[in-house]
Design a binder for this molecule. Sequence first.
Ligand code: SAH
Ligand code: SF4
Ligand code: F3S
Length: 443
Amino acid sequence: MTRKFYIKTFGCQMNEYDSGRMADVLAAEGIEQTDSPENADVIIFNTCSVREKAQEKVFHDLGRARLLKQARPDLVIGVGGCVASQEGEAIVRRAPYVDVVFGPQTLHRLPQLIRARRDRGCPQVDVSFPEIEKFDALPPARVAGGSAFVSVMEGCSKFCTYCIVPFTRGEEISRPLGDVLAEIAGLTAQGAREFTLLGQNVNAYRGALDDGETADFAFLLECVHEMPGVERIRYTTSHPREMTPRLIDAYARLPKLVSHLHLPVQSGADRVLAAMKRGYTALEYKSIARRLRAARPDLSLSTDFIVGFPGETEADFEATMKLIEEVGFDASFSFLYSPRPGTPAAELADDTPSTLKTQRLMRLQKRIEEQAQAISAAMIGTTQRVLVEGASKKDAGELAGRTDNNRIVNFAGHARLIGGFVDVVITAALPHSLRGEIIRRES
Ligand code: SAH
Ligand code: SF4
Ligand code: F3S
C-alpha cells in the first residue's frame, strides 16, 4: 500500500508555500498526501512562533499525534517551520516521540531525515541555514489552477524589536533573478496566470544577475510583467522602508500589478514606531501611501497592527486610530503584542493592564471592520475582473474568485471557467465575501 503523509500548517504564507514544497519532496518519494492524520504514515507540523499562542498550539497538536503513535509505533512525526528553527533539539527533549525536526531552510532534506531516523533509530534534528541550497534541491514547482506562488526571497534582516522572524528564518537572501523567471515561465506553461511573489520582505529583493549586477524588486516586477502568460501580479509582504520611488512608480507603469498592497505599519505613534525599530515615522508612511495613490488612484491598502506594545499610551493608541482613518486602510491583521523570548522588546517594562489592551484591540478592529465594509459596499455595481479559483466554499454549485483587493466573490458559473479570468458585476457585499454575476468571460 502507498504510504501517506499529512501536513498541518500554521503561520504565514511563507509557511503555506513551504508546506507545498514539503508535499512536493514527499510526493517525489512516492508518498501520497492525505487530509486525515489517522490514515497517515508521516505527520508533519509546519509551525509558527510569531506569537506565543501560535507556538503553544503546536505542542497541543503534538500531544494528539502522540496518541496516534502509541497505537501505531511506525508513525513518523515531523516538526518543521519557525518553532522548529528556534527550538531545535529542545523539541525532542520536550516531546521525545517526535522523529524529525527541520527548519524552513532544510525542508528539502526531509526524505533523508526520515530515512536517517529509521536507520539510526534516534530522532533527527537539522535546523541549519544552508540558505539557497533549498531551491536548487527542490523538484520543479507545480501548479493546479490559475494562481501560483513563487518565493523570491527568504528571511529578514530588519530585527524589529518585538519580532522572532529574523531568528527563525535567518538573514534576507534573494534567489537569482534568472531562477525566479525560469520558475515563472515553467508555471505559465502549466496554466498559471496570476503570480504572487512571496518573501518576508519581498521588496528588499536583491537578486543576482548573470553579469554580476544586482536586480532590485522594481526590476524584478518589470521583468515578470513582460513575461508572456503572466496576467496578474501580487506580492507579499513588503516593508515601508523598502518602498523605493522606483517601486512606487511601478504602480503607474505596470498595469498587471494589482491595485492592492499589504504594507504593515504596526502603529501610528512615532514613539512606538521608534521603540519597535521600524525605521519610519507615521508621516513618512502617509507620504508613501499618498505617492502610491498618486501613481495608482484606486489602490487599496491593507496593513498589520500590533496593539499594546510595551509602554503604548492612550495618546499613542489614538495616533494609530487617527492613522487608520487618514490612510483609509482596508481589511487588516491586528494582534495584541506577544513578548517573544530573546527579542529586545521582551525586556521592556510594560505597565498597561491587559484588559485595557484588549479594549484597544477591539476598538481598532471595529474601526477597520467598518472601513472594510464601506469599501465592500462601494464595490456594489462595479465590474471586477476575477480569476476563477474553484468551487465556492459556501455552495459547491457556484464558483469563487478573488478581486484585486483580495475579496472573495461568489457567483454562478460553469466549472470549466476555473483557471480563467471573468468579469463579474458585484451585486451584494456580505461581511466576509461579495456576490456577483458574470458579465463577460474569456473566449
Ligand atoms: N515582515 C512583515 C511581517 C511579518 S510577521 C513586516 O514587517 O511587515 C507578521 C506580523 O506579525 C507583523 O506584521 C506583526 O504585526 C505581527 N507580529 C510580529 N511579531 C509580533 C509579536 N511579538 N507580537 C504580536 N504581533 C507580532
Ligand atoms: Fe519581523 Fe520586522 Fe522582519 Fe517584519 S520586518 S519579519 S516584523 S523583524
Ligand atoms: Fe510565523 Fe515563521 Fe511566518 S514565525 S508568521 S511562520 S515566518
